[in-house]
Design a protein around this ligand. Structure first.
Ligand SMILES: C[S@@+](CC[C@H](N)C(=O)[O-])C[C@H]1O[C@@H](n2cnc3c(N)ncnc32)[C@H](O)[C@@H]1O
Length: 283
């Protein structure tokens, strides 16, 4: 009897621990979303647009496969899955801490998995969860500007190889105006960002640094934060040069996407897309 009691107690303790982890991860993810919205005024609308387009492209597909590139805590993947409830999503990212939170969230949703990949490495698409089967949609938000322009081109070139024919890439990001030829709109967009940040962070919402401080206060993510330092090194503090919408669209076309363009836009905040041809693309 004692043995049985011990087993039951242990199981209950495990379940409680798992619940606590999921609750804490959800709290950090909610704070992450609020923090990111301070930098991206219409982030929710951007996500809704991406989710609706993915749902339309996946219509009639039994179990759509979605890849959230540089997905962080997996916010965009989760939003897309609300529009494609029968889908499966892989959240791929380089950051061990963001990915540890994503993995805790995924433990409560069997449709989500996580893959630690560095998109700057040429072999990122060989990760077993990515090479496994073609994706119907690859999505990304506020992330690919972290890549050097040449790395971005290489990532786009790899995508037709992991998307099904007629599959879609949707990338939401700030794509800066040209400060000479589009000087007025560049100023308006910059002022709009500054005003959004000022009003958001005047309240209780975490800034970027405050959010990372909240993660650091959780022993659960201590090891992931240590790894974060070594995985990123100096690259964490170096912003790559900005590239334009035209650069993205040319890179998508030269990668083999036959339909390309902009799905949604607010000032310099864009959701751009590329659709692969209906015949398979040769590597
Ligand atoms: C501002 S966060 C956005 C995260 C998420 N997409 C969102 O919208 O909430 C930028 C993300 O890009 C990821 N990232 C940057 N460079 C990367 C790389 N070389 N490989 C994989 N992920 C990268 C970061 O780790 C981080 O999760």
């Amino acid at each position: 009897m004692n043995d049985t009691t011990t087993v039951v107690d242990t199981t209950l303790a495990d379940a409680t621990l798992a619940d606590t982890r999921i609750r804490d991860a959800r709290m950090l993810a909610a704070r992450w979303d609020a923090q990111q919205t301070g930098y991206i005024r219409h982030r929710a609308e951007r996500f809704d647009t991406i989710a609706r387009v993915v749902a339309a492209v996946c219509e009639g597909v039994d179990e759509p496969r979605i890849l959230d590139l540089a997905g962080g805590t997996g916010s965009l993947a989760a939003r897309v899955l609300t529009a494609v409830p029968e889908g499966r999503a892989v959240v791929a990212d380089k950051d061990p801490a963001l990915l540890a939170i994503a993995a805790d969230l995924a433990s409560a949703d069997p449709r989500l998995t996580t893959a630690e990949v560095d998109l700057a490495r040429p072999d990122w698409a060989e990760h077993p969860l990515i090479a496994d089967a073609p994706f119907d949609a690859v999505v990304s938000s506020t992330a690919l500007h972290w890549l050097q322009p040449g790395e971005l081109v290489d990532v786009y070139r790899a995508l037709p190889g992991i998307l099904r024919p007629g599959g879609i890439l949707l990338n939401g990001d700030h794509l800066a105006y040209d400060t000479h030829q589009e000087a007025t709109l560049a100023r308006i967009a910059r002022d709009d960002d500054a005003e959004m940040q000022e009003s958001t962070f005047a309240g209780d919402t975490d800034t970027w640094d405050e959010w990372w401080q909240a993660v650091a206060e959780s022993p659960r993510y201590a090891e992931a934060l240590r790894r974060r330092e070594s995985v990123w090194g100096e690259a964490l503090h170096q912003a790559p040069p900005k590239v334009t919408l035209g650069f993205h669209l040319e890179a998508l076309r030269s990668a083999g996407f036959t339909e390309t363009g902009t799905v949604w836009r607010y000032l310099d905040d864009h959701v751009l897309y590329g659709i692969t041809p209906n015949a398979p693309v040769r590597a």
